[in-house]
Structure formats: C-alpha cells, structure tokens
Design a protein around this ligand. Structure first.
Ligand code: R5P
Length: 219
C-alpha cells in the first residue's frame, strides 16, 4: 500500500467511531470511501444499511453484504462519510474527481453530519488548484464552457466519461475560488449546470486527515 493509501485508510478507520448501531450510513465515492466501505463491512450486522452516492460504491457495499437502501425510503440520514479532492480548514471542499458529485451533494444535503476523510495532502489554503468538476446536461456543454471562461477558468470536457445520471463533466482549470460559497451559488445558477463540485454552502462538519504523524481531526 502506498503512503497516501495508508493515510486514507487511517482517516477511514477514525471515521468508524461516528457509526452507531442501527444507523443508515451515507457513503461516498472514491479510493478513500472505498477504505471506509471495506472497514464498515466488519460492522454490517450492527447497521441497518447504507445509502450510496454512486453505482460503484453501491456495488462494493453489496459485495460486502451491506444492504444498499434508497434515500427516498429512509429519510434524513444521521451520517455521511466521504472523501474529497481538496479541503480547507473552513471545511469547504472540492469533490467530483470521480464524477460522483451530484449524488454526493444530495446525500450530503440529506445528512445531519458529514464526516470528510482524506489524506492530509488534500488540505489546501485556497480551493482551485484541483480542476473544478462541473456536471452538465450534455446539450449545455458548450454554453457552460463559455460561462466558465468568463469566470476565468479553462474548461475541459472529461474524455469518455458519463456520470451515473447520464451527464458530462467539465473539469475547470485555473479558477480563482476566493469565496467558495459565492462561487458555488454563481456556477449553480448557470443554465445546464447540474452540480458544481464546490461543497461550501453545505460544508463538511468534521474533516479527518491522515498523515505520517497519525490522524488529525478538524471540526
Ligand atoms: O467523485 C468523487 C468524489 O468526490 C471523491 O470523494 C473524491 O474524488 C476523492 O476521491 P479519492 O478518495 O479517491 O481521493
């Protein structure tokens, strides 16, 4: 296992303490969330099940025998655990490197507590070095791309990628995200945008960072 993977796993392990008996747990997507899913398997008899933020996570949960439930059938969730591509000390995030941002934002919005797990290299002073994923309706691809140029970013269509919702991803390079809450609102309002990968209006509640010196918790 690489160092980065070891740190991701350590963060995932630390998140297990937020899981309580009989919970339905919201589950994210990506390599860090995968560690969490694998560790959660040991608790499968104690939780009611999980709501997945992607088909790939649902598959992995089922592979461990963890029941995957429909968000509409379970109502608000007590806990959501997911990774991030970038995080600030204000617990604002960029997510969507794996393309699952829309369902992730839905599950985060429907959860009382959002515990974000990551290796400590994800902690940044300002969001935006990671190209910002924006999920768009296919016919709006060019229109949204032009609006991103006006905001100062360079959009690139993620090649050969379709989201679980049948849409496309624009990865927007070099955006200066000085005010994540405002930028999230502004991009969300562009016609054809399904979801922008800034998670600031609903930030994480807890950020668990794994690193060479152990695990650090920001909240
Ligand atoms: O769409 C994917 C998600 O937002 C992931 O949580 C994010 O890309 C981080 O992934 P990883 O844990 O693999 O670094």
């Amino acid at each position: 296992m690489s160092d980065s993977d070891t740190y991701k796993k350590a963060a995932a392990e630390a998140a297990l303490e937020y899981v309580k008996d009989d919970m339905v747990v919201g589950i994210g997507t990506g390599s860090t969330a995968n560690h969490f899913i694998d560790l959660l398997a040991a608790m499968k008899g104690r939780i009611e099940g999980a709501v997945a933020s992607s088909e790939v996570s649902a598959e992995r949960l089922r592979g461990h025998g963890i029941p995957v439930l429909d968000l509409n059938a379970v109502g608000p969730l007590p806990l959501y655990v997911d990774g991030a591509d970038e995080a600030t000390e204000h617990l604002h995030l960029i997510k969507g490197g794996g393309g699952a941002l829309t369902r992730e934002k839905i599950v985060a919005a429907a959860s009382e507590q959002f515990v974000c797990i990551a290796d400590e290299t994800k902690l940044v002073g300002q969001l935006g070095a990671f190209p910002l994923p924006v999920e768009v309706i296919p016919m709006a691809r060019s229109h949204v791309g032009r609006q991103m140029l006006k905001l100062g970013g360079q959009p690139e269509l993620r090649p050969g990628f379709t989201t679980d919702n049948g849409n496309l991803i624009l990865d927007v390079f070099n955006l200066e995200i000085l005010n994540p809450v405002e930028m999230e609102k502004q991009i969300n309002q562009i016609a054809g945008v399904v979801t922008v990968g800034i998670f600031a209006q609903r930030p994480a509640d807890v950020l668990i960072l794994g690193g060479p010196k152990g695990v650090r918790v920001l909240s």
